[in-house]
Design a protein around this ligand. Structure first.
Ligand code: URA
Length: 233
């Protein structure tokens, strides 16, 4: 990997910042006389110092994206942009993938990582990590819809959903919490009570909430406490 890419991936600054650091002689790679931003390094093996402090290779990265409409939850797509296209440049070389899928027309909280074990833990059907959505509907949510969601909605294929929480928060706006992740689940749950979802936005996963200061298409790394909350709150 290029030295500037490596340093930027540690959060030491933008590619421009770290290039300046390298050119200013603030970076040292053990055993190399001359280095430049393009110098190729092997981060797990090379001893790399920034301002005299040894850098520690970071294996995993966790990114929150406010997914915009029109992109797909995939690593690669022939036709549409993917959520990975919106990840910060400095992490794009780190084998990122989306932990969970949102439909192309769904917005909101999307987690992008390269930590397969974490993704498995939060996505496994056994994990029951709550996912919270705001749905805009073509009709008002009734008490009986909420009661049915609580008992378990039967989908078009006969599958009976796990109990979910449904709360009306506006005339035709509802907050839904589900504990599983079937294909088009929220849309199909509403279809089962005769309503169409006009727009859908995910705002929470486990104890992690969407940072509302991120505009659609903006992404940032999770903080330590957000990463903890994802699985523990
Ligand atoms: N349920 C849906 O129907 N779509 C999504 O994108 C997520 C949950």
């Amino acid at each position: 990997m290029r030295l500037d890419k490596y340093l930027a991936s540690l959060g030491l600054g933008s590619r421009k910042d770290v290039k300046k650091m390298i050119k200013g002689g603030r970076v040292r790679v053990e055993g190399r006389e001359k280095i430049s931003p393009e110098t190729s390094v092997e981060p797990k093996r090379d001893k790399i110092y920034a301002d005299g402090v040894p850098t520690v290779y970071r294996e995993f990265v966790y990114i929150m994206l406010n997914k915009p409409k029109g992109c797909v939850s995939a690593v690669y797509d022939k036709k549409y942009p993917t959520v990975i296209d919106f990840a910060p440049e400095e992490f794009k070389h780190m084998s990122l993938f989306p932990a969970g899928r949102l439909d192309i027309d769904t917005e909101g909280l999307s987690l992008i990582t390269n930590d397969g074990a974490l993704a498995h833990r939060i996505l496994s059907p056994k994990s029951h990590v709550p996912k919270t959505y705001i749905a805009e509907l073509d009709g008002a949510v009734t008490e009986s819809d909420a009661a049915l969601f609580k008992r378990g909605v039967k989908l078009d294929d006969g599958y009976v959903c796990k109990p979910a929480e449904l709360e009306s928060i506006g005339e035709t706006t509802a907050r839904v919490v589900i504990y599983e992740g079937k294909f088009h689940q929220v849309k199909r749950m509403f279809a089962a009570v005769g309503k169409n979802v006009l727009s859908l936005r995910r705002i929470g996963m486990g104890g992690l909430s969407l940072d509302e200061s991120l505009a659609p298409g903006e992404a940032r790394e999770l903080t330590e406490s957000e990463l903890w909350a994802l699985e523990n709150k």
